[in-house]
Ligand binder design. Structure first.
Ligand code: ADP
Ligand code: ASP
Ligand code: MG
Length: 444
């Protein structure tokens, strides 16, 4: 069997939905499971609705809800007929009515808990897949629509829930039966707790849904269909001359995703690695292009891609107690751990440690506790630039090429060699794009 995942831009209109069904149908003998995101920018719109609702701004919340309703009803009406249209229409109206009741609740309470947020966000994928499955049936494809909340089982960490792998494997294997000449359709992004409460895997999480399901069913291949020709040497929105990469290893792709390449969700690779499932990244608007293959072994070494991540904060602590002492780092990380704040990059010297974090919700508490151990400084608005490639540290010329092409951008932190596949530097946020461009011009 294979898994095909389509992102929002791949399903944003009736024409695009037909195109992705062509792609799935052309591989129908491979027992496909189709995972879809919400249509177009629906998830962003739901986020906006929640913001308006919490402010008590009913007018805007309801008018955006109407836009979502219109998009889905018009799409259904444009390519469904007879009984198939009637039942899809009724289901869309019912889903929107449930959604509106929740929105109304938020406007009354002026509050949106993480649990409510996930409940609302799930409607984007529930609506899109209802339409896609109906259109597949209309086109004569043998189709089964499943609810991913019964497949992906997670903890209760709403908004970025962590899948429980054994339970997910069990649930998937006992309810998904792919076979040639049948198309199974299910939602990306959405999941549920053991008690059946709706959760989500975090923004962009549909990619992760695809590899979780692929891994549970030992898929031959997972295909991530998006709006660019594959994983590129840098983000084509900001960097001129970005090129598609033919093949890349799991660890390179994992680093890229973690350090900002939005093209795949950072957790996507993990489930595929376990079973060595090839992941192909392809363009649904240009299916003929070869795309990028993510594999366990790839021969070529050297820099593969350069990514950047903004809104990074550097927390540093300096203390003479650190000199020749042990247990100091442990005490520092215990504090970050207590406030559930992951540290991304670290660099240390005799008497100081600098760490980068992304989530600053708890930064004040963290600083307060760190201050008991030494002098603490916090620098906001930094960016991490990450050069990804196998065995970079073995190339002595590589590092000098990096430093000669920074155009005077000051470096706050450096990390090379920790993962074998990346060199990361921390720079001022406003210098990120120009620095990436300059490095990209040098290496590609
Ligand atoms: P989807 O809705 O299909 O999941 P996303 O918007 O999440 O699509 O991801 C695709 C986008 O990722 C591309 O349009 C591109 O702008 C961005 N992107 C960022 N970095 C890269 C990269 N290194 N290679 C390709 N695309 C990238
Ligand atoms: N629809 C969700 C989002 O926009 C999940 C996804 O597209 O991967 O974040
Ligand atoms: Mg995405």
């Amino acid at each position: 069997m294979i898994v095909l995942k389509f992102g929002g831009t791949s399903v944003e209109s009736p024409e695009k939905i037909d195109r992705i069904l062509d792609i799935a149908n052309s591989q129908i003998d491979r027992a496909p499971v189709l995972i879809s995101s919400a249509m177009g920018k629906t998830t962003n719109k739901i986020e906006e609705i929640m913001t308006y609702a919490v402010l008590g701004d009913r007018e805007n919340a309801y008018s955006l809800t109407d836009e979502i309703k219109d998009l889905h009803l018009k799409t259904a009406e444009s390519f469904l007929t007879g009984g198939i249209l009637e039942s899809a229409h009724a289901d869309i109206v019912e889903l929107i009515s449930q959604f509106s009741s929740l929105v109304k609740g938020l406007t009354l309470l002026h509050e949106c808990s993480p649990r409510s947020r996930d409940a609302l966000l799930s409607f984007g994928e529930l609506l899109s897949t209802r339409i896609i499955a109906s259109r597949a049936i209309e086109r004569g494809i043998n189709t089964e629509l499943l609810d991913s909340r019964n497949l992906i089982k997670t903890d209760e960490n709403f908004n970025a829930a962590i899948p429980q792998l054994d339970k997910t494997d069990e649930a998937v294997r006992s309810s998904v039966y792919p076979e040639p000449l049948k198309l199974i359709v299910a939602q990306g992004f959405i999941s549920s707790t053991e008690k059946g409460v709706t959760t989500t895997l975090g923004r962009g999480g549909s990619d992760y849904s695809a590899t979780l399901i692929g891994s549970a069913l030992s898929a031959q291949e997972v295909q991530i269909w998006t709006d660019v020709d594959g994983i590129m040497t840098s983000d084509p929105r900001f960097v001129k001359g970005a090129k598609t990469i033919k093949s890349i290893t799991y660890s390179e792709a994992g680093e890229l995703a973690f350090f900002g390449a939005k093209v795949v969700h950072p957790s996507t690779i993990q489930p595929a690695v376990k079973q060595q499932i090839p992941v192909l990244v392809k363009n649904s608007h240009n299916p003929e292009a070869a795309g990028t293959a993510i594999l366990s072994v790839v021969d070529d070494k050297g820099v593969k891609a350069i990514t950047g991540k903004k809104a990074v904060t550097v927390v540093s602590i300096t203390s003479s107690h650190m000199l020749h002492a042990y247990g100091f780092l442990k005490n520092i990380f215990t504090i970050f751990d207590r406030y559930r704040t992951p540290v991304d990059l670290i660099s240390t010297s005799e008497v100081s440690v600098s760490m980068t974090i992304e989530n600053i919700d708890q930064v004040e508490n963290i600083i307060r506790e760190l201050e008991d151990m030494g002098t603490v400084t916090v620098e906001y608005h930094k960016a991490i630039i990450c050069l990804v490639g196998q065995e970079l540290w073995k190339d002595s010329v590589f590092v000098s090429r990096v430093f000669s092409n920074l155009n005077g951008t000051p470096i706050r932190m450096i990390s090379l060699g920790a993962s074998d596949t990346n060199l990361s530097i921390v720079v001022p946020e406003e210098k990120m794009v120009e620095t990436i461009q300059s490095l990209h011009d040098e290496f590609f």
